[in-house]
Write a protein that binds this ligand. Structure first.
Ligand SMILES: Cc1cc2nc3c(=O)[nH]c(=O)nc-3n(C[C@H](O)[C@H](O)[C@H](O)COP(=O)(O)OP(=O)(O)OC[C@H]3O[C@@H](n4cnc5c(N)ncnc54)[C@H](O)[C@@H]3O)c2cc1C
Length: 380
Protein backbone atom coordinates (compact mmCIF):
# COMPACT_ATOMS: atom_id res chain seq x y z
CA UNK A 1 0.00 0.00 0.00
CA UNK A 2 1.29 3.48 -0.86
CA UNK A 3 2.22 5.80 2.02
CA UNK A 4 2.15 9.59 1.86
CA UNK A 5 5.93 9.84 1.38
CA UNK A 6 6.23 7.22 -1.39
CA UNK A 7 5.94 8.62 -4.93
CA UNK A 8 2.95 7.36 -6.94
CA UNK A 9 4.14 4.94 -9.62
CA UNK A 10 2.00 6.16 -12.49
CA UNK A 11 -0.13 9.28 -12.86
CA UNK A 12 -2.42 9.60 -15.89
CA UNK A 13 -3.13 13.24 -16.68
CA UNK A 14 -6.39 13.21 -18.66
CA UNK A 15 -6.45 16.28 -20.91
CA UNK A 16 -3.39 18.27 -21.94
CA UNK A 17 -4.47 21.90 -22.00
CA UNK A 18 -2.88 24.49 -19.76
CA UNK A 19 -4.15 22.80 -16.58
CA UNK A 20 -3.04 19.26 -17.44
CA UNK A 21 0.34 20.52 -18.70
CA UNK A 22 0.97 22.52 -15.51
CA UNK A 23 -0.03 19.65 -13.20
CA UNK A 24 1.93 17.06 -15.22
CA UNK A 25 5.09 19.18 -15.49
CA UNK A 26 5.09 19.81 -11.73
CA UNK A 27 4.58 16.10 -11.01
CA UNK A 28 7.23 15.01 -13.48
CA UNK A 29 9.93 17.36 -12.18
CA UNK A 30 9.34 15.93 -8.70
CA UNK A 31 9.91 12.37 -9.86
CA UNK A 32 6.41 11.04 -10.56
CA UNK A 33 5.89 8.90 -13.65
CA UNK A 34 3.46 10.93 -15.77
CA UNK A 35 1.43 9.81 -18.78
CA UNK A 36 -0.24 12.69 -20.62
CA UNK A 37 -3.39 11.57 -22.46
CA UNK A 38 -5.28 13.79 -24.88
CA UNK A 39 -8.19 12.98 -27.18
CA UNK A 40 -6.81 15.59 -29.58
CA UNK A 41 -3.44 17.37 -29.58
CA UNK A 42 -1.88 19.09 -26.54
CA UNK A 43 -2.86 22.74 -26.18
CA UNK A 44 -5.37 22.72 -29.03
CA UNK A 45 -8.49 22.82 -26.81
CA UNK A 46 -9.93 25.91 -25.06
CA UNK A 47 -6.37 26.89 -24.15
CA UNK A 48 -5.78 27.80 -27.80
CA UNK A 49 -9.14 29.64 -28.10
CA UNK A 50 -8.95 31.86 -25.06
CA UNK A 51 -8.47 35.58 -24.60
CA UNK A 52 -5.54 34.40 -22.46
CA UNK A 53 -5.31 37.45 -20.21
CA UNK A 54 -3.49 36.85 -16.92
CA UNK A 55 -5.26 38.90 -14.29
CA UNK A 56 -6.99 39.16 -10.93
CA UNK A 57 -8.72 42.50 -11.60
CA UNK A 58 -11.75 40.69 -13.03
CA UNK A 59 -11.95 38.31 -10.05
CA UNK A 60 -13.20 40.49 -7.19
CA UNK A 61 -16.39 38.44 -6.70
CA UNK A 62 -14.85 36.62 -3.71
CA UNK A 63 -11.68 37.55 -1.82
CA UNK A 64 -10.33 33.97 -1.77
CA UNK A 65 -10.80 33.73 -5.56
CA UNK A 66 -9.02 37.05 -6.07
CA UNK A 67 -6.15 35.85 -3.85
CA UNK A 68 -5.88 32.60 -5.84
CA UNK A 69 -5.66 34.60 -9.08
CA UNK A 70 -3.01 36.91 -7.60
CA UNK A 71 -1.08 33.75 -6.67
CA UNK A 72 -1.63 32.64 -10.30
CA UNK A 73 0.03 35.82 -11.57
CA UNK A 74 3.01 35.29 -9.25
CA UNK A 75 3.23 31.62 -10.29
CA UNK A 76 3.51 32.70 -13.94
CA UNK A 77 6.47 34.93 -13.09
CA UNK A 78 8.09 32.03 -11.19
CA UNK A 79 7.43 29.70 -14.12
CA UNK A 80 8.99 32.18 -16.57
CA UNK A 81 12.09 32.24 -14.32
CA UNK A 82 12.14 28.43 -14.17
CA UNK A 83 11.64 27.52 -17.85
CA UNK A 84 12.38 30.81 -19.62
CA UNK A 85 9.74 33.30 -20.83
CA UNK A 86 10.39 33.19 -24.55
CA UNK A 87 7.50 32.60 -26.94
CA UNK A 88 4.76 32.20 -24.28
CA UNK A 89 4.99 34.86 -21.50
CA UNK A 90 4.15 38.52 -22.24
CA UNK A 91 4.14 40.69 -19.07
CA UNK A 92 2.77 43.75 -20.86
CA UNK A 93 0.15 45.18 -18.49
CA UNK A 94 -3.48 45.66 -19.49
CA UNK A 95 -5.69 48.66 -20.36
CA UNK A 96 -9.39 49.11 -19.70
CA UNK A 97 -11.88 51.91 -20.16
CA UNK A 98 -15.68 52.20 -20.12
CA UNK A 99 -18.27 53.36 -22.62
CA UNK A 100 -20.61 55.44 -20.44
CA UNK A 101 -20.65 57.32 -17.14
CA UNK A 102 -22.27 54.53 -15.08
CA UNK A 103 -19.79 51.91 -16.35
CA UNK A 104 -16.88 54.28 -15.74
CA UNK A 105 -18.00 54.87 -12.14
CA UNK A 106 -18.10 51.09 -11.61
CA UNK A 107 -14.68 50.64 -13.23
CA UNK A 108 -13.14 53.31 -10.98
CA UNK A 109 -14.80 51.84 -7.87
CA UNK A 110 -13.29 48.45 -8.73
CA UNK A 111 -9.91 50.10 -9.32
CA UNK A 112 -10.10 51.70 -5.88
CA UNK A 113 -11.06 48.40 -4.25
CA UNK A 114 -8.15 46.67 -6.00
CA UNK A 115 -5.68 49.37 -4.96
CA UNK A 116 -6.91 48.90 -1.37
CA UNK A 117 -6.13 45.19 -1.71
CA UNK A 118 -2.56 46.05 -2.76
CA UNK A 119 -3.08 45.40 -6.50
CA UNK A 120 -1.13 47.47 -9.04
CA UNK A 121 -3.49 50.07 -10.57
CA UNK A 122 -2.85 53.35 -12.43
CA UNK A 123 -5.59 55.70 -13.63
CA UNK A 124 -4.97 58.32 -16.30
CA UNK A 125 -6.88 60.26 -18.98
CA UNK A 126 -7.37 58.54 -22.33
CA UNK A 127 -5.12 61.03 -24.14
CA UNK A 128 -2.23 60.19 -21.81
CA UNK A 129 -2.82 56.42 -22.04
CA UNK A 130 -2.76 56.66 -25.80
CA UNK A 131 0.40 58.78 -25.92
CA UNK A 132 2.31 56.80 -23.30
CA UNK A 133 1.05 53.24 -23.74
CA UNK A 134 -0.73 52.35 -26.99
CA UNK A 135 -0.59 55.05 -29.69
CA UNK A 136 -2.46 52.95 -32.30
CA UNK A 137 -5.55 52.52 -30.11
CA UNK A 138 -8.42 55.01 -30.54
CA UNK A 139 -8.97 55.73 -26.84
CA UNK A 140 -11.22 58.79 -26.38
CA UNK A 141 -9.06 61.56 -24.88
CA UNK A 142 -11.41 62.46 -22.03
CA UNK A 143 -12.23 58.99 -20.59
CA UNK A 144 -10.54 57.57 -17.49
CA UNK A 145 -8.30 54.66 -18.44
CA UNK A 146 -7.25 52.07 -15.88
CA UNK A 147 -3.84 50.50 -16.48
CA UNK A 148 -2.95 47.32 -14.60
CA UNK A 149 0.86 47.15 -14.94
CA UNK A 150 1.30 43.66 -13.42
CA UNK A 151 -1.14 41.89 -15.75
CA UNK A 152 -0.03 39.94 -18.80
CA UNK A 153 -1.04 37.63 -21.61
CA UNK A 154 0.11 34.12 -22.38
CA UNK A 155 0.44 32.14 -25.60
CA UNK A 156 -1.34 29.11 -24.19
CA UNK A 157 -0.57 26.57 -26.89
CA UNK A 158 3.13 27.37 -26.79
CA UNK A 159 3.20 27.17 -22.98
CA UNK A 160 1.60 23.72 -23.13
CA UNK A 161 4.12 22.62 -25.78
CA UNK A 162 7.01 23.84 -23.67
CA UNK A 163 5.87 22.16 -20.43
CA UNK A 164 4.99 18.85 -22.07
CA UNK A 165 8.27 18.89 -24.03
CA UNK A 166 10.25 19.38 -20.81
CA UNK A 167 8.31 16.66 -19.00
CA UNK A 168 8.76 14.20 -21.89
CA UNK A 169 12.49 14.97 -21.99
CA UNK A 170 12.54 14.08 -18.28
CA UNK A 171 10.80 10.72 -18.88
CA UNK A 172 7.06 11.46 -19.08
CA UNK A 173 4.99 9.82 -21.81
CA UNK A 174 2.59 11.61 -24.19
CA UNK A 175 -0.26 9.96 -26.05
CA UNK A 176 -2.08 12.39 -28.34
CA UNK A 177 -5.25 11.52 -30.29
CA UNK A 178 -6.07 9.05 -27.52
CA UNK A 179 -9.27 9.53 -25.52
CA UNK A 180 -9.87 8.04 -22.09
CA UNK A 181 -13.00 5.92 -22.42
CA UNK A 182 -13.19 4.40 -18.93
CA UNK A 183 -11.51 4.40 -15.55
CA UNK A 184 -11.25 1.06 -13.76
CA UNK A 185 -11.51 0.94 -9.97
CA UNK A 186 -10.64 -1.73 -7.39
CA UNK A 187 -12.64 -3.26 -4.56
CA UNK A 188 -11.91 -0.21 -2.36
CA UNK A 189 -13.28 2.12 -5.08
CA UNK A 190 -9.75 3.39 -5.80
CA UNK A 191 -8.41 4.08 -9.29
CA UNK A 192 -6.52 1.17 -10.93
CA UNK A 193 -6.63 1.50 -14.72
CA UNK A 194 -7.61 3.74 -17.62
CA UNK A 195 -9.12 2.34 -20.81
CA UNK A 196 -8.15 4.18 -24.00
CA UNK A 197 -9.78 4.77 -27.39
CA UNK A 198 -7.06 2.70 -29.12
CA UNK A 199 -8.31 -0.34 -27.17
CA UNK A 200 -5.37 -0.46 -24.75
CA UNK A 201 -5.55 -0.28 -20.97
CA UNK A 202 -2.97 1.27 -18.65
CA UNK A 203 -2.30 0.43 -15.01
CA UNK A 204 -2.23 3.66 -13.01
CA UNK A 205 -2.24 4.74 -9.38
CA UNK A 206 -3.62 8.23 -9.89
CA UNK A 207 -5.73 10.02 -12.49
CA UNK A 208 -6.00 13.80 -12.82
CA UNK A 209 -9.15 14.97 -14.55
CA UNK A 210 -7.94 18.02 -16.51
CA UNK A 211 -10.30 17.50 -19.44
CA UNK A 212 -11.54 21.12 -19.61
CA UNK A 213 -15.04 21.24 -21.13
CA UNK A 214 -14.97 17.40 -21.18
CA UNK A 215 -14.40 17.19 -17.40
CA UNK A 216 -17.99 16.29 -16.42
CA UNK A 217 -17.86 13.32 -18.76
CA UNK A 218 -14.53 12.13 -17.33
CA UNK A 219 -15.91 12.60 -13.77
CA UNK A 220 -18.83 10.39 -14.81
CA UNK A 221 -16.32 7.58 -15.50
CA UNK A 222 -15.83 7.27 -11.71
CA UNK A 223 -19.54 7.73 -11.10
CA UNK A 224 -19.08 11.31 -9.97
CA UNK A 225 -21.34 14.22 -10.89
CA UNK A 226 -19.38 17.40 -11.62
CA UNK A 227 -22.00 20.00 -12.55
CA UNK A 228 -20.71 22.41 -15.20
CA UNK A 229 -22.12 25.57 -16.76
CA UNK A 230 -22.64 25.95 -20.46
CA UNK A 231 -21.00 29.27 -21.33
CA UNK A 232 -19.54 29.29 -24.84
CA UNK A 233 -17.30 32.06 -26.17
CA UNK A 234 -15.98 32.87 -29.63
CA UNK A 235 -12.47 34.05 -30.40
CA UNK A 236 -11.17 35.24 -33.78
CA UNK A 237 -7.55 35.41 -34.93
CA UNK A 238 -6.68 38.16 -37.34
CA UNK A 239 -3.53 38.24 -39.44
CA UNK A 240 -1.81 41.60 -39.97
CA UNK A 241 1.51 42.65 -41.46
CA UNK A 242 2.35 44.62 -38.31
CA UNK A 243 0.64 44.02 -34.95
CA UNK A 244 -0.79 47.41 -33.95
CA UNK A 245 -1.45 46.73 -30.23
CA UNK A 246 1.15 46.31 -27.50
CA UNK A 247 -0.93 44.68 -24.76
CA UNK A 248 -4.37 43.22 -23.99
CA UNK A 249 -7.09 45.84 -23.74
CA UNK A 250 -10.75 45.96 -22.80
CA UNK A 251 -12.55 48.62 -24.83
CA UNK A 252 -16.27 49.04 -24.06
CA UNK A 253 -17.47 46.46 -26.61
CA UNK A 254 -14.43 44.42 -27.52
CA UNK A 255 -11.27 42.85 -26.11
CA UNK A 256 -8.11 42.87 -28.21
CA UNK A 257 -4.63 41.47 -27.62
CA UNK A 258 -1.47 40.67 -29.56
CA UNK A 259 -0.94 36.98 -30.32
CA UNK A 260 2.72 36.77 -31.27
CA UNK A 261 3.96 36.97 -34.84
CA UNK A 262 1.65 38.90 -37.16
CA UNK A 263 -1.54 38.04 -35.32
CA UNK A 264 -4.17 39.65 -33.07
CA UNK A 265 -6.90 37.96 -31.02
CA UNK A 266 -10.41 39.42 -30.73
CA UNK A 267 -13.18 38.56 -28.25
CA UNK A 268 -16.43 40.23 -27.15
CA UNK A 269 -19.07 39.22 -24.60
CA UNK A 270 -21.59 40.99 -26.86
CA UNK A 271 -20.71 38.62 -29.71
CA UNK A 272 -20.65 35.59 -27.37
CA UNK A 273 -24.32 36.36 -26.66
CA UNK A 274 -25.09 35.66 -30.34
CA UNK A 275 -23.65 32.12 -30.32
CA UNK A 276 -26.92 30.50 -29.29
CA UNK A 277 -28.90 32.40 -31.93
CA UNK A 278 -27.36 30.04 -34.48
CA UNK A 279 -25.09 32.65 -36.10
CA UNK A 280 -22.23 31.00 -38.08
CA UNK A 281 -18.69 31.34 -36.58
CA UNK A 282 -17.61 33.14 -39.78
CA UNK A 283 -20.28 35.81 -39.23
CA UNK A 284 -19.36 36.12 -35.54
CA UNK A 285 -15.73 36.59 -36.60
CA UNK A 286 -16.79 39.28 -39.10
CA UNK A 287 -18.60 41.17 -36.31
CA UNK A 288 -15.51 40.91 -34.09
CA UNK A 289 -13.33 42.18 -36.91
CA UNK A 290 -15.63 45.18 -37.53
CA UNK A 291 -15.66 46.06 -33.82
CA UNK A 292 -11.89 45.64 -33.61
CA UNK A 293 -11.30 48.08 -36.46
CA UNK A 294 -13.36 50.74 -34.70
CA UNK A 295 -10.97 50.63 -31.73
CA UNK A 296 -7.75 49.91 -33.63
CA UNK A 297 -8.02 51.49 -37.10
CA UNK A 298 -4.72 49.82 -38.07
CA UNK A 299 -6.63 46.50 -38.21
CA UNK A 300 -8.24 47.79 -41.43
CA UNK A 301 -5.56 45.97 -43.44
CA UNK A 302 -5.95 42.71 -41.52
CA UNK A 303 -8.00 39.60 -42.29
CA UNK A 304 -9.63 36.93 -40.18
CA UNK A 305 -7.50 33.77 -40.35
CA UNK A 306 -9.40 31.54 -37.89
CA UNK A 307 -12.33 31.60 -35.48
CA UNK A 308 -13.61 29.03 -33.01
CA UNK A 309 -16.46 28.69 -30.54
CA UNK A 310 -15.30 26.97 -27.33
CA UNK A 311 -17.13 26.18 -24.12
CA UNK A 312 -15.60 27.66 -20.98
CA UNK A 313 -14.79 24.88 -18.48
CA UNK A 314 -16.74 26.32 -15.54
CA UNK A 315 -18.03 24.29 -12.59
CA UNK A 316 -21.66 25.23 -11.87
CA UNK A 317 -20.97 27.73 -9.07
CA UNK A 318 -18.37 29.55 -11.17
CA UNK A 319 -15.34 28.51 -9.11
CA UNK A 320 -12.53 26.00 -9.76
CA UNK A 321 -12.76 22.36 -8.70
CA UNK A 322 -9.27 21.34 -7.62
CA UNK A 323 -8.01 18.47 -5.49
CA UNK A 324 -8.75 14.94 -4.37
CA UNK A 325 -12.20 13.38 -4.24
CA UNK A 326 -11.88 11.30 -1.05
CA UNK A 327 -14.66 8.88 -2.03
CA UNK A 328 -12.60 7.81 -5.08
CA UNK A 329 -9.01 7.22 -3.89
CA UNK A 330 -6.53 8.21 -6.60
CA UNK A 331 -8.95 10.50 -8.49
CA UNK A 332 -8.16 14.26 -8.60
CA UNK A 333 -9.71 17.22 -10.43
CA UNK A 334 -8.13 20.29 -12.03
CA UNK A 335 -11.09 22.01 -13.68
CA UNK A 336 -11.43 25.78 -13.93
CA UNK A 337 -12.37 28.83 -15.87
CA UNK A 338 -9.58 31.46 -15.83
CA UNK A 339 -7.34 28.46 -16.37
CA UNK A 340 -4.75 30.53 -18.22
CA UNK A 341 -4.27 32.72 -15.15
CA UNK A 342 -4.59 29.83 -12.69
CA UNK A 343 -2.73 27.01 -14.50
CA UNK A 344 0.71 27.47 -12.90
CA UNK A 345 -0.60 27.90 -9.34
CA UNK A 346 -3.11 25.03 -9.63
CA UNK A 347 -0.36 22.88 -11.15
CA UNK A 348 1.97 23.58 -8.24
CA UNK A 349 -0.63 23.14 -5.49
CA UNK A 350 -2.23 20.01 -6.93
CA UNK A 351 1.09 18.29 -7.61
CA UNK A 352 2.11 18.98 -3.99
CA UNK A 353 -1.20 17.54 -2.77
CA UNK A 354 -0.84 14.40 -4.91
CA UNK A 355 2.75 13.81 -3.80
CA UNK A 356 2.51 14.74 -0.12
CA UNK A 357 -1.18 14.31 0.71
CA UNK A 358 -1.16 17.81 2.22
CA UNK A 359 -4.10 20.08 1.31
CA UNK A 360 -3.19 23.75 0.82
CA UNK A 361 -5.46 26.26 2.58
CA UNK A 362 -5.48 28.40 -0.57
CA UNK A 363 -7.73 25.80 -2.22
CA UNK A 364 -10.16 25.52 0.73
CA UNK A 365 -13.02 27.26 -1.13
CA UNK A 366 -12.41 25.33 -4.35
CA UNK A 367 -12.54 21.69 -3.24
CA UNK A 368 -14.34 19.09 -5.38
CA UNK A 369 -16.24 17.78 -2.31
CA UNK A 370 -18.64 20.73 -2.50
CA UNK A 371 -20.27 18.85 -5.39
CA UNK A 372 -21.18 15.74 -3.47
CA UNK A 373 -23.79 13.90 -5.48
CA UNK A 374 -22.79 10.81 -7.49
CA UNK A 375 -24.39 9.85 -10.77
CA UNK A 376 -26.47 6.73 -11.00
CA UNK A 377 -25.10 6.35 -14.55
CA UNK A 378 -22.03 7.96 -16.12
CA UNK A 379 -23.19 10.64 -18.59
CA UNK A 380 -23.33 9.35 -22.16
C1 LIG B 1 -13.71 32.88 -25.05
C2 LIG B 1 -12.86 32.54 -23.86
C3 LIG B 1 -12.06 33.50 -23.27
C4 LIG B 1 -11.28 33.20 -22.16
N1 LIG B 1 -10.47 34.15 -21.64
C5 LIG B 1 -9.66 33.87 -20.60
C6 LIG B 1 -8.76 34.84 -20.11
O1 LIG B 1 -8.67 35.94 -20.63
N2 LIG B 1 -7.97 34.50 -19.06
C7 LIG B 1 -8.02 33.27 -18.47
O2 LIG B 1 -7.29 33.02 -17.50
N3 LIG B 1 -8.87 32.31 -18.92
C8 LIG B 1 -9.68 32.58 -19.98
N4 LIG B 1 -10.52 31.63 -20.48
C9 LIG B 1 -10.57 30.33 -19.81
C10 LIG B 1 -9.36 29.48 -20.14
O3 LIG B 1 -9.06 29.54 -21.52
C11 LIG B 1 -9.62 28.05 -19.71
O4 LIG B 1 -9.97 28.03 -18.33
C12 LIG B 1 -8.41 27.16 -19.91
O5 LIG B 1 -7.86 27.26 -21.20
C13 LIG B 1 -8.83 25.72 -19.64
O6 LIG B 1 -7.73 24.88 -19.87
P1 LIG B 1 -7.92 23.32 -19.71
O7 LIG B 1 -6.58 22.74 -19.74
O8 LIG B 1 -8.79 23.04 -18.53
O9 LIG B 1 -8.84 22.92 -20.97
P2 LIG B 1 -8.44 22.61 -22.49
O10 LIG B 1 -7.41 23.54 -22.99
O11 LIG B 1 -9.71 22.53 -23.26
O12 LIG B 1 -7.76 21.18 -22.39
C14 LIG B 1 -8.55 20.04 -22.08
C15 LIG B 1 -8.04 18.90 -22.95
O13 LIG B 1 -8.72 17.73 -22.53
C16 LIG B 1 -8.84 16.88 -23.66
N5 LIG B 1 -9.87 15.88 -23.35
C17 LIG B 1 -11.18 16.09 -23.09
N6 LIG B 1 -11.80 14.90 -22.81
C18 LIG B 1 -10.83 13.94 -22.90
C19 LIG B 1 -10.83 12.53 -22.71
N7 LIG B 1 -11.96 11.83 -22.38
N8 LIG B 1 -9.67 11.85 -22.88
C20 LIG B 1 -8.51 12.53 -23.21
N9 LIG B 1 -8.48 13.86 -23.39
C21 LIG B 1 -9.62 14.56 -23.23
C22 LIG B 1 -9.18 17.84 -24.80
O14 LIG B 1 -8.83 17.28 -26.06
C23 LIG B 1 -8.34 19.07 -24.44
O15 LIG B 1 -7.10 19.09 -25.16
C24 LIG B 1 -11.29 31.88 -21.61
C25 LIG B 1 -12.08 30.91 -22.21
C26 LIG B 1 -12.85 31.22 -23.34
C27 LIG B 1 -13.65 30.15 -23.99
Amino acid sequence: MRTSVELPRRVAVIGVGVLGACVGWNLSRQGAQVIFLDADRPGEGVTNWSFSWVNASNKTVRRSYFDLNVAGMAAHRDLADAIGPDSWWYPSGHLRWAGDAAAETKLLETAELLAGWGYGVEVCPGAEARRRLDPAVAIPGEVSVVFYPDEAWVHGRRLVGRLVGLAVAAGAELRSDTAVRDIGTGADGGVRTVGLSDGSRLDVDIVVNAAGPGAARVAGLVDRRLPMRREPGVVARVGCAQVPVRRPLHAPRIEIRPDGDGSVVLHSREVDALIDTGEEPAELARLLHDMGQQVVPGLGDSRVTAARVANRPIPADGFPSVGAVPSVPGYYEAVSHSGITLGPVIGRLLAAEILSGKRDAMLADFRPERFRAHTSHPPG
